[in-house]
Design a protein around this ligand. Structure first.
Ligand code: RAM
Length: 340
C-alpha cells in the first residue's frame, strides 16, 4: 500500500512534467537507469487495477532493474488514455502495457509510441492488431462468456429474463465476452432463458448502481443479471440488497473476491468468476521487460520466461492467454478474498 502511495506521488510528478523538467530526461540521474514500464489501466480507483499494479511491483522487484509505474485516467475513456500516452512518449519510457478503453481509438498514438522506440503491449482489454505487439488476455474469451451464462443459469434454474450490466460500451474485453454470452445462450439447455438488455455502468460505481436499479424498474420479472466487470457486479449486488431483491434477482459476473466477500457470504451473489489480477500485472510486466531486454521479439511462438507464472507463449497475431478463471462461492471466497 505504501508503495502504491509513493508510486502515485511519483506519477503525479511525472504527469505534471516535474520529474523530467528537473531531470531533463537524463538517464544518469539517480535511479534513472531502471527500465520504466508503465501499466496504463482503464481508470483509477478500481480495486481490480490496484491488484494489477501490485503484480507489476512484484515483477519489477524480482527483475531488479525495472521500475513499475501505475497510471490511468480518472474515468474510463480512450481520450484520457491517449493524453497519458502522449506524455509517456515525451518522457521516453521504455514500455507501456495498456488495458484499453477502446480497441481502435488508441492505435494512432500507440503506433507513434512504438515508432519512438517504446514497446507497447495490451492486456486485459486489448488493442486491435497493429496498435500493439502482444495482447495478453486473462483467459479464453469464449470460455469466459459461456461460463458467465452457465453461472447465471445455475442460479436461475435455467429460466427467465437475463440482463447484462457491462463496463463501457467500447471496452474490448467486455464486448468480446458479451458476444460469446449471446452465442452460448442459444444452446438447448438455455431455451427458457433470454438476454433482454445490455446496459453500461462505465466502470463507475454510481452509474452502475443506477443502471442496475433501472433494470429492476424496466423488467419487474427480471430473473438475473450478468455483470462481467468487477465494478458492475459489486454495484449490482448492492442494488439488489438495497432494493430487497435478494433471492428474487440473481447476480453473477466477474468479481473481485476481496470486494464481493460480503455478498457471496450472505447469498446475494451465489457464484461468480475471475482470474487473478495480480498475475495479470505481473505477467504483463515480465513480457514487456523481456521484450525490452531483447530476450524475446514479442512475436508469435516466442516463449517468455515469466517468473512464477512459468513460460508464457505468444500466440498468433500476438494474442496470448494467461490461464483459466476461478469460480468463487461461499466455500472458497474467504480464502481468495485474502489474496485479491
Ligand atoms: C473491471 C474492468 C476490467 C475487467 C474486470 C473483470 O475491473 O472492466 O477491465 O477485466 O472488471
Amino acid at each position: 500500500m505504501k508503495n502504491k502511495i509513493v508510486m502515485a506521488m511519483l506519477l503525479m510528478a511525472l504527469v505534471s512534467g516535474f520529474v523530467f523538467a528537473n531531470g531533463g530526461g537524463d538517464k544518469a540521474a539517480a535511479g534513472a537507469e531502471k527500465t520504466k514500464i508503465v501499466l496504463l489501466v482503464k481508470s483509477l480507483g478500481n480495486g481490480f487495477f490496484e491488484a494489477v499494479a501490485d503484480g507489476g511491483v512484484e515483477a519489477a522487484e524480482e527483475l531488479g532493474n525495472v521500475e513499475s509505474i501505475y497510471m490511468g485516467p480518472s474515468s474510463a475513456t480512450a481520450e484520457g488514455q491517449i493524453e497519458i500516452i502522449e506524455t509517456l512518449i515525451a518522457q521516453k519510457v521504455d514500455g507501456i502495457a495498456i488495458s484499453a478503453n477502446d480497441p481502435d481509438a488508441l492505435i494512432p498514438v500507440t503506433k507513434k509510441a512504438m515508432k519512438a522506440g517504446i514497446r507497447v503491449i495490451s492486456f486485459d482489454s486489448n488493442i486491435s492488431a497493429g496498435g500493439r505487439e502482444v495482447a495478453l488476455a486473462p483467459s479464453d474469451s469464449k470460455l469466459i462468456g459461456s461460463q458467465q451464462v452457465k453461472l447465471i443459469a445455475e442460479l436461475c434454474n435455467y429460466k427467465g429474463k437475463i440482463a447484462i450490466l457491462s463496463a463501457t460500451a467500447q471496452a474490448t474485453n467486455q464486448n468480446e465476452w458479451i458476444k460469446y454470452m449471446k452465442e452460448a445462450i442459444k444452446a438447448p439447455e438455455y431455451k427458457d432463458m433470454e438476454i433482454v438488455d445490455t446496459v453500461y455502468g462505465d466502470d463507475a460505481a454510481d452509474k452502475s448502481y443506477r443502471e442496475a436499479v433501472g433494470l429492476f424498474e424496466k423488467y419487474p420479472d427480471l430473473a438475473g443479471i450478468i455483470s462481467p466487470t468487477t465494478v458492475g457486479v459489486l454495484a449490482a449486488s448492492k442494488a439488489i440488497e438495497d432494493e430487497g431483491l435478494k433471492g428474487k434477482v440473481q447476480i453473477t459476473g466477474l468479481g473481485l473476491p476481496s470486494e464481493m466477500q460480503h455478498y457471496i457470504e450472505n447469498g446475494t451473489c451465489g457464484q461468480m468468476a475471475l482470474w487473478n489480477p495480480v498475475d495479470l500485472g505481473y505477467s504483463s510486466t515480465y513480457i514487456l521487460a523481456r521484450m525490452i531486454a531483447g530476450d524475446v521479439a514479442g512475436k508469435a511462438g516466442d516463449k517468455v520466461d515469466a517468473g512464477r507464472m512459468g513460460t508464457i507463449t505468444i500466440g498468433p497475431d500476438g494474442n496470448t492467454i494467461m490461464g483459466e478463471p476461478f469460480v468463487f462461492n461461499k466455500d472458497n471466497i474467504a480464502k481468495f478474498a485474502s489474496i485479491f
